[in-house]
Design a protein around this ligand. Structure first.
Ligand SMILES: [Fe+2]
Ligand SMILES: [Fe+2]
Length: 147
């Protein structure tokens, strides 16, 4: 396993993370797959040049940004309400399952839905998770089939 594999291994092997395989994130893509993809895109971005922020926090924040652990298609809440509330839910679940999160991780998870949620991220890591989450989602919607 390479460096990326080593960074994600502890989290992606937990039962709750694996349970995201059964939650559809969008268009046939599981929340599990989506979360790993966003983490990988952030990792690739980090590797392009010297960075001042911690790689570990970037990858963990990306992995856990959608750690809300339910299928939002089945909640009856609709997309907009899910969009507003799932960052808080993801953060609480992540803190419960993985202990204390760094300020970068908290910021990134909480504010990744900006501009739908009004407060933007404060740190670079938060902006990257926010950006690559959107790029990954757009990519998924453009693919015919992706599993
Ligand atoms: Fe999200
Ligand atoms: Fe996401």
């Amino acid at each position: 396993m390479g460096e990326f594999g080593n960074l994600i291994r502890n989290i992606i092997s937990t039962d709750n993370f694996i349970s995201m395989k059964k939650y559809v994130h969008h268009k046939g893509v599981s929340t599990y797959k989506h979360s790993i993809e966003v983490a990988y895109l952030c990792y690739k971005h980090y590797k392009k040049k010297e960075r001042k922020y911690p790689l570990k926090d970037l990858v963990r924040a990306a992995l856990l940004h959608d750690y809300y652990l339910y299928d939002w298609h089945h909640t009856g809440e609709g997309h907009r309400l899910h969009g507003l509330f799932h960052p808080g839910k993801a953060l609480r679940n992540a803190q419960r399952d993985y202990g204390e999160l760094s300020k970068y991780e908290v910021d990134a998870i909480k504010h990744h839905m900006f501009p739908l949620t009004i407060i933007p991220p404060r740190h670079k890591i938060g902006w990257l998770v926010c950006l690559y989450d959107k790029l990954s989602t757009i990519r998924d919607y453009r693919k015919k089939k992706y599993k």
